[in-house]
Design a protein around this ligand. Structure first.
Ligand code: PGA
Length: 220
């Protein structure tokens, strides 16, 4: 059995009480999959609560932040830097297509974000929507998430995923893990995780429900 990274990206969803309910429901499953690393990505304001909950209940889950400031510290109102994230999380998502679209992120500031994350010892999941997108040197985990597949119920074709996951690893020797993201569900997850060069999945919509997310982990 190969190792898998299974990500729940909650995006701009959930209040603290909703996170508590999710974790209460999810912790009932008491899953033990030694080959499956589960990482959840709540909003910044929920990182502290999530961390405390996971520690108290001794859950086998890691935490990530959905973004990071390109700046180190100082007069940058509204930003959250790598050091601040490091108090709560050990992973960070960089370059998600929604952040590229709605926050105008580009290769230049994504490179800066990548550097800030590295400086603060955060593990980076670097998202791209196509093979041709720029990936910073030294990237180890890439999430391939084609635009049309995100939130559409229409995942990418298996042929595309096979080709792109293999091309990513061939073209960039630092890439050790390629995750697939885009309309992953309980029914289709194994189609992706069974592929030779896919090392995990990034789940958006279907991770909001703890039962569906647990089924995805189980079926992966
Ligand atoms: P989705 O989102 O699973 O809802 O398609 C994936 C993502 O954007 O992370």
């Amino acid at each position: 059995m190969k190792d898998l990274i299974i990500v729940a990206n909650w995006k701009l969803n959930k209040t603290m009480s909703e996170v508590k309910k999710w974790l209460d429901d999810f912790s009932i499953f008491k899953f033990q999959f030694s080959n499956k690393k589960v990482i959840i990505f709540p909003s910044f304001t929920l990182l502290d609560f999530t961390k405390r909950y996971i520690k108290n209940k001794n859950l086998n889950i890691e935490i990530g932040a959905q973004n990071i400031s390109e700046f180190d510290q100082g007069a940058y109102t509204g930003q959250v830097n790598g050091k601040q994230i490091g108090d709560f999380a050990n992973y960070v998502l960089i370059g998600h297509s929604e952040a590229r679209k709605y926050l105008n992120e580009n290769d230049l500031n994504l490179t800066e974000k990548f550097k800030r994350a590295k400086e603060n010892n955060l593990k980076i999941i670097y998202c791209v929507s196509s093979f041709s997108q720029f990936i910073p040197a030294g990237t180890e985990i890439v999430a391939y998430e084609p635009l049309g597949a995100i939130g559409s119920g229409k995942p990418d074709s298996i042929q595309d995923i096979i080709r792109i996951s293999s091309d990513l690893k061939k073209s960039n020797k630092s890439i050790k893990y390629v995750l697939y993201g885009g309309s992953v569900s309980t029914e289709n997850v194994l189609d992706f995780t069974s592929l030779e060069n896919i090392d995990g999945i990034l789940v958006g919509g279907e991770s909001l429900n703890p039962n569906s997310f647990f089924q995805i982990i189980k079926n992966a």
